[in-house]
Design a protein around this ligand. Sequence first.
Ligand code: ADP
Ligand code: ASP
Ligand code: MG
Length: 448
Amino acid sequence: MQVWKFGGTSVGKPERMHSIRTLITADDSTKIVVLSALSGTTNALLSISESLKGNHDDEAAEKIEHLKAHYNSFIRDLYKTTTGLTKGQQIVENEFSYIRSLMRVKPFTPKQEKELVAEGELLSTQMFQSYLEEQGESSLLLPALEFMRIDADGEPELDYIERKLREMLRPHNDKQIIVTQGFIARNPRGEVDNLKRGGSDYTASLIGGAIRAEEIQIWTDIDGMHNNDPRIVKNTFPIRELTFEEAAELAYFGAKILHPSTITPARKYGVPVRLKNTMDPAAPGTLIADRTAAGAASDQVFKAVAAKDGITALYIHSLRMLNAYGFLRRIFEIFEKHKTPVDMLATSEVSVSVTIDDTSKLKDITDELSAFCDLEEPDYDQTIICIVGNFSADYAGIAAQVLSALRNIPIRMISYGGTEHNLSLLLHSRYKAEALNALNDGLFRPQN
Ligand code: ADP
Ligand code: ASP
Ligand code: MG
């Protein structure tokens, strides 16, 4: 069985849903099809939530009606029969009356916000599956809220997901297409929750891992993982093969094409991930697999660059000066206690600099560090630039080539040697675009 995920732009227009039907029914294999919300919907729902949080109910009501009008016009072009359209109208009416009912809950809390934002995926999947039904395709809608569960830290509960999913799929092995929602999940309180922005990729990978799928395919609006951020740099090109490790680094460090955690379940269960372009299905895309399966391109030194914004750098000095053993342990225990991951690290004998992206516990962390450290003022608005490739310790000149490309840009931190395939740099976000372009010119030759 394969798992195919289609993102917002891939389902964002009725004709795209028509093409997806053609794609997923082109052969007889059984597929689990994970859908995101229609493009723009999650943002629209969050904007309605903002209005409700600010008690601007009239504004929220106006936004809801505007969104509903979009869905009404969408379904008119999606369905081909009056029976199909009637079903589509029922779906839209039901979900929007639920959305309106959320407006009346006072105060409007994060719990309601999560219920509201889940409506995007609940709408797109019901609409698409009823369109498949209208077209006589053998299909089933599997409610993600019944098998996708996260723990109190927001981490997916893999054993539960696997057990529940297998149990729910068992009676339906006659169905060819199983449609489900990306992004949404339930938390330990049984409430509607989600896997954070872009989380449908993660859903696909969690399902693919749970059922030990043959392959997970992520269908989006670009022909695979590019060597650099195509929104910022011209002349980027698709990379045909990546290892799980390389792809995980790129996703974690900002390549928006994949949710940061997507690779984890796929890698755990050894399920290959293929990135494909809905607008150009014949394009080869990118295959992400283990080193042997994806190894063909691994002799290339520089493979790709990604950037992660919103980083804060902390500069921590030991009060004891030299030979301060135990210093790092004490520091990291504090980050662990506050469940705050550290992304980058640079050390000297008496100091350590770290970066974090979650600053929700920053005050507690710095208060506790101050008990045994000198702290400099943190640097905010930083960007990590992550360069991925084959940086064997036996090669000379890799760091030189990177630093030479960035010779005109101030760099705050460098991390090299954590693995043989990553070199990361920290700089102020104002230099990000210049740095990504300079690296493109210095490390890659345009291929097409
Ligand atoms: P979807 O809605 O299908 O999930 P996303 O917008 O989340 O799609 O991700 C696809 C987008 O990611 C592309 O259109 C591209 O602009 C952006 N992107 C950023 N970095 C990269 C990269 N290295 N390779 C490919 N796409 C990237
Ligand atoms: N609809 C959600 C979002 O916009 C999840 C996704 O698209 O992957 O973040
Ligand atoms: Mg996405």
